[in-house]
Ligand binder design. Structure first.
Ligand SMILES: [Zn+2]
Length: 379
């Protein structure tokens, strides 16, 4: 019996988006859901208590980074990642593959795995499907990800085909090496870039292995938005209805709505937390760069339509001042608001699906956020 199960509650008659629930050993969460990213066993500047306050039910953490620091043995000794970081909600860990391919330039991909250099000190390292499983088993995350290759965009067809086939072979090795099948669910990752037949091949290979959930990888790697939407349109129907679908690396409000409309259930991205530390906020009227001079005398909240703790108690002027002075508290306030904003957005998306009006919701939201303007920013 897999520890991860999915319940499809209903499908939006207007858009086809799915309302559902994912059950994990550390609680259940409603979908579509956004997962805040806690790379180094912390969502930067947020305490686990604050994550609970904003109703985060599942967070993501990074295998590669925790492998290097502090090392999986220390986390195992602590009793697993949940205990180590004092987070009792669900945790998803990635496989480390994405960082190996994005952070390290001296890498050699072989059938057995990937040889590369530590991005911190240049030391030689080797990551394989077996090693990625061993680390994630030590971390004890609720959802683990199979070790895959995430090819860059654009990638030539022949390269992509060879890569998809290797990723399928690696997925089998991951299943074989996974040592805690009753406690941790392992998701397969569908690759294939923008090529429909390769996405089909990847989905066929992986669904035949019967994972408890599937990710759609290789998107949000620099391709135009239309390509992401098109790939989702032909990929989600290839995945089983009774398993959750996770679109990796997506967290801009427009892409979350577009992804949900194409049948995606789970998302993660560093975007809301990263831009927060640059003094940029997501608001119901579009993005707001609170560090800008024009907010120096502005004593209104970041977002008048937001009922988060930050918007109820702090002003643009004060937050601008803190961020300009590099005060940690400023980063905490913008991070808190941005995560609250996205989690609230997903709540609104779920309510719209429940009432078969996600298409209407999208129209209103895009108009207000400014996505319909000709030179709208990407978030
Ligand atoms: Zn707020």
């Amino acid at each position: 019996m897999t520890p991860i199960t999915y319940e499809l509650i209903k499908t939006c008659k207007q858009t086809g988006a799915r309302l559902g629930k994912v059950h994990t050993p550390h609680g259940s969460f409603d979908t579509p859901m956004f997962m805040p990213v806690g790379t180094l066993a912390t969502v930067k500047t947020m305490s686990p208590e604050e994550l609970e306050d904003i109703n985060a039910k599942i967070i993501l953490s990074n295998t590669y980074h925790l492998w290097l620091r502090p090392g999986e043995d220390i986390i195992r000794e602590a009793g697993g990642l949940h205990k180590f970081m004092n987070w009792d909600g669900a945790i998803l860990t990635d496989s480390g593959g994405f960082q190996v391919f994005s952070l390290s330039d001296m890498r050699k991909i072989k059938e057995e795995g990937v040889h590369f250099r530590n991005h911190l000190n240049g030391e030689k390292l080797f990551l394989s499907p077996e090693k990625a499983m061993q680390i994630q088993n030590a971390l004890g995350s609720d959802i683990m990800m199979a070790f895959d290759e995430c090819p860059p965009y654009p990638a030539a067809y022949d390269y992509m085909k060879a890569s998809v086939e290797r990723t399928s072979r690696w997925a089998e090795r991951c299943l074989e090496a996974h040592a805690r099948k009753d406690e941790q669910g392992l998701f397969g990752i569908v690759q294939g870039g923008e090529y429909e037949d390769l996405r089909k091949q990847s989905a066929r290979d992986l669904t035949s292995m019967d994972f408890p959930g599937y990710a759609i990888g290789g998107l949000s790697v620099g391709e135009p938005k239309e390509i992401m939407n098109r790939v989702l349109e032909f990929t989600t129907p290839l995945l089983p209805d009774n398993k959750p679908r996770y679109l990796m690396g997506v967290g801009s409000p427009d892409s979350l709505i577009d992804g949900a409309m194409r049948g995606v259930d789970m998302f993660d991205c560093v975007l809301p937390t990263r831009i927060a530390r640059n003094g940029t906020c997501m608001t119901s009227n579009g993005r707001l760069v609170v560090r800008n001079a024009k907010y120096a005398h502005d004593f209104s909240p970041i977002d008048e339509n937001c009922d988060c703790h930050v918007c109820k108690n702090y002003t643009r002027s004060y937050i601008r001042h803190l961020i300009k002075c590099n005060e940690t508290f400023g980063f905490r306030l913008t991070t808190y608001h941005n995560l609250y904003f996205l989690l609230k957005l997903m709540e609104q998306v779920r309510a719209a699906i429940a009432e078969d009006r996600l298409g209407d919701f999208k129209e209103t939201f895009f108009e207000q956020y400014g996505f319909n303007q000709p030179n709208a920013k990407n978030f």
